[in-house]
Design a protein around this ligand. Structure first.
Ligand SMILES: *[C@@H]1O[C@H](CO)[C@@H](O)[C@H](O)[C@H]1NC(C)=O
Ligand SMILES: *[C@@H]1O[C@H](CO)[C@@H](O)[C@H](O)[C@H]1NC(C)=O
Ligand SMILES: *[C@@H]1O[C@H](CO)[C@@H](O)[C@H](O)[C@H]1NC(C)=O
Ligand SMILES: *[C@@H]1O[C@H](CO)[C@@H](O)[C@H](O)[C@H]1NC(C)=O
Ligand SMILES: *[C@@H]1O[C@H](CO)[C@@H](O)[C@H](O)[C@H]1NC(C)=O
Length: 475
């Protein structure tokens, strides 16, 4: 019984993770917009469409109308404008066939100018004034599909439309027959003009949204020599009230088409209680260390401590007495090189990395730089992860290290001294230097105009998940 249950769970889990794996299509970063995220997107879009559309001008209308007892009257409506829209209820749904957004029972207010002229015996009679129109029961429906178009996201508009249930006209001034005349002649026209104009405007907005998505950069420049591949991989997956998109996500040399290797993607099966979950695979971190290593960015020569004071052998009197004896009060320089791309491993407990570091202790003696000792060290570090603005930042903490002396011109170094010298270099120079860079962090794939908040970082096997809410600051 228990075994059977376990098997069922395993089979279920296996099929779920397998499908998710296929969904991701080799992306190393996946961005999942959850139900609450879709709600945010929906409200954002509706506000954005309304605020950039209102006031919305409708075409003028002119008609010859037969009015009882008066005869033929030439009537015209002009300056027809929708100036407010109120949305009470809206919905967003996702399904296999697309994303459906609907606004139900919205109301809108219009203003317009009316005028008429007619001939009565020898006179031309004319009048003009204004009117207000209340639009009731406006429903807007849009269905779109999101597809990958050569590494960008494209919106395919499947259907869009606007229907209006009724309108109420209120005329200011005018003759007594005017109200009925306008209602009879123009009610249907105004109603269908609202429907047509709103539909057209929504289609235009979708085209704009599409160009916005297609203008998202495919490469995120980090600096002059390093970039991140932001190409979308595969088609976004529309789940049951969620949308997941895969991004290649690997680091690469900037302005250079060298391909960085990476293995098959995996996706994280996990509950998300934030608007967006950005899953970043271990490969992304390893591609970063590989690119920085290949770009020769993992060398550093340090001649000053963090507080800006020049390093001197006198500071190292107790650390390396042999050094001080031979080169008293000389300026010191530490030349540090990482000798292979650091290996990053992520588990449920956090991020760990192994770094191979060559340390050359140099002194400046009579104007000449001499290498007095070389130490080769392997250090294991733990990396914390934090969020600063829209960047994923971190800092390294030394877990343990070992060290061997490669060469020494200051006599044989006792293990005690190697240990202290290496630990001093790592703790007070190397790690602070690396952490100063990591503190700035690396940008998460968040479009311009949006910021993240209520962020939670979750470590899983082979990856990091950044679960976050989104806010817009464009307004
Ligand atoms: C960027 O990612 C896309 C999608 O995975 C891939 O086809 C392309 O080769 C990558 N570009 C580089 C320069 O690695
Ligand atoms: C700067 O730091 C070094 C060790 O890192 C220390 O010996 C020195 O006293 C400090 N100088 C100042 C001005 O704090
Ligand atoms: C630092 O070390 C690297 C590699 O060990 C070497 O190529 C470079 O010349 C050294 N630089 C200084 C200033 O000692
Ligand atoms: C230092 O540690 C690394 C990795 O743990 C190991 O491969 C290496 O043999 C160690 N070296 C020494 C001298 O202990
Ligand atoms: C975010 O990361 C980029 C790339 O490392 C850096 O240029 C930028 O200054 C960082 N932003 C903040 C607010 O630290």
């Amino acid at each position: 019984m228990v075994l059977e249950k376990l098997m069922t769970i395993l089979v279920l889990f296996f099929s779920v993770s397998q499908t998710l794996g296929q969904f991701n299509n080799h992306g190393h970063i996946s961005v999942l917009v959850s139900k609450t995220g879709l709600e945010f997107v929906k409200d954002y879009l509706i506000n954005e469409v309304i605020s950039t559309t209102i006031p919305l001008k409708l075409p003028d209308i002119e008609k010859k109308v037969k009015i009882p007892l008066i005869g033929k009257v030439r009537m015209g409506l002009s300056n027809i404008q929708i100036y407010t829209v109120h949305v009470q209820s809206s919905k967003i749904k996702t399904g296999e066939n697309g994303i459906f957004l609907s606004v139900l029972g919205a109301t809108a207010d219009l203003i317009l100018d009316w005028s008429y002229t007619y001939k009565a015996s020898f006179f031309h009679i004319s009048d003009h004034g204004d009117a207000s129109v209340k639009v009731k029961g406006m429903d807007v429906k849009i269905s779109v599909n999101l597809v990958n178009d050569d590494g960008s996201l494209k919106i395919a508009l499947l259907e869009s439309g606007c229907t209006v249930k009724s309108i109420g006209i209120h005329i200011n001034g005018g003759a007594s027959w005017l109200y009925q005349g306008v209602v009879d002649a123009f009610q249907k026209t105004i109603l269908s003009s609202v429907e047509k104009t709103v539909s057209k405007r929504i289609a235009e907005k979708m085209t704009k949204l599409d160009s916005f998505l297609q203008s998202l950069p495919k490469v995120g420049k980090i600096d002059d020599s390093v970039a991140v591949n932001l190409t979308f991989t595969g088609n976004p997956v529309l789940g049951d009230s969620s949308v997941e998109a895969g991004i290649n996500g690997l680091f690469m040399p900037n302005g250079n088409d060298v391909k960085v290797s990476g293995s098959r993607s995996l996706s994280f099966v996990s509950g998300v209680n934030r608007m967006v979950a950005i899953s970043i695979q271990q490969e992304v971190f390893n591609s970063a260390t590989l690119v920085y290593f290949n770009e020769k960015r993992m060398h550093m020569v340090i001649g000053e401590s963090k507080n800006g004071s020049v390093l001197s052998t006198s500071d190292w009197k107790l650390i390396l007495p042999g050094l001080y004896k031979l080169y008293p009060n000389d300026k010191m320089m530490l030349n540090m090189s990482v000798t292979s791309p650091p290996d990053v491993k992520i588990t449920e407990n956090g991020i760990d990395a192994t770094i191979q570091l060559e340390i050359s202790i140099n002194v400046q003696d009579f104007g000449k730089v001499l290498s007095v000792a070389r130490i080769s060290s392997v250090l294991n570090v733990a990396c914390s992860a934090e969020i600063a603005k829209n960047n994923l930042t971190g800092s390294l903490r030394l877990k343990d290290f070992n060290a061997t002396v490669k060469s020494s011109n200051i006599g044989e170094l006792l293990p005690k001294y190697i240990q202290v010298a290496t630990s001093t270099v790592l703790e007070s120079l190397f790690l602070p230097f690396v952490n100063a860079r990591l503190k700035r962090g690396f940008p998460l794939p968040i479009p311009h105009g949006f910021t993240i908040k209520n962020t939670e970082i979750v470590f899983v096997k082979n990856g990091v998940m950044v679960c976050t809410d989104i806010a817009s600051y464009s307004i």
